[in-house]
Design a protein around this ligand. Structure first.
Ligand SMILES: N[C@@H](CCC(=O)N[C@@H](CS)C(=O)NCC(=O)O)C(=O)O
Length: 219
């Protein structure tokens, strides 16, 4: 039996888990959770994840864990053949953790606010304050990437898999300016070219398409 992932392909944190599983060569039993049908509010789902978010992973022994960052770390720790995606080395891991917490608190938090306002409230514009937070995050990431190929140094880690999903979605509606953030621009290209990222590109397209249609942006 393989682990079950409760998810939607268009969700950046779900996509981060899918990318990680693909990189590990791990098959997941994917179960879609549709918000418009309140499938995340059922007693069964809330028993697995009282926070009612996706993704949630249920391993083959019934162990349930949610939050993409926790899931990714768990999958690598349990299923990876080596620790390159999430090294045991104290300082390397600390830097990766910093990037993961940055993604959660300073990037996805704002992108979720933007998406909710557009998809749930029907806004036809991006809140300027939220947009500013995303642009500020482009600036931070550009600095992290100075002289480096990948978000936490010289090799691909979970930091890239987590960050790329939210940044590529943000880039769809708040395009990264090459002249201002050249490192982010090049890194996005590098990431999206990875086979593990290409495998879940459909989800990214779905997410940006949904937002662009509501914002009446050119597709
Ligand atoms: N930090 C969480 C965020 C998860 C999250 O907020 N996912 C969204 C979908 S993209 C969700 O479940 N939204 C429904 C809700 O918050 O009730 C993670 O990385 O898993």
């Amino acid at each position: 039996m393989c682990p079950t992932l409760y998810m939607l392909a268009a969700s950046p944190p779900c996509r981060a888990v899918l990318i990680t599983a693909h990189a590990l060569g791990l098959t997941l039993d994917k179960k879609e959770v549709y918000f418009f049908r309140d499938e995340h509010l059922t007693p069964e789902y809330q028993k697995l994840n009282p926070q009612r978010t996706i993704p949630t992973l249920v391993d083959d022994d019934g162990f349930a864990i949610w939050d993409s960052h926790a899931i990714m770390a768990y999958l690598v720790s349990k299923y990876a053949k080596n620790d390159s995606l999430y090294p045991q080395d104290l300082k390397k891991r600390a830097i990766i953790n910093q990037r993961l917490f940055f993604e959660s608190s300073a990037v996805f938090f704002h992108m979720k606010n933007i998406a909710k306002a557009i998809l749930n409230r029907g806004d036809k514009f991006i809140d300027p304050e939220e947009k500013q937070h995303i642009i500020e995050a482009y600036g931070f990431l550009d600095k992290f990437l100075e002289g480096k190929e990948w978000a936490a140094g010289d090799s691909i880690t979970l930091a890239d898999y987590s960050l790329v999903t939210t940044f590529s979605c943000a880039n769809g509606v708040i395009p990264v300016d090459f002249d201002v953030f050249p490192n982010v621009f090049a890194w996005l290209d590098r990431c999206e070219d990875l086979p593990e990222c290409r495998a879940s590109r459909k989800g990214l397209k779905e997410a940006t398409h949904m937002l662009k249609v509501r914002l009446e942006m050119k597709l």
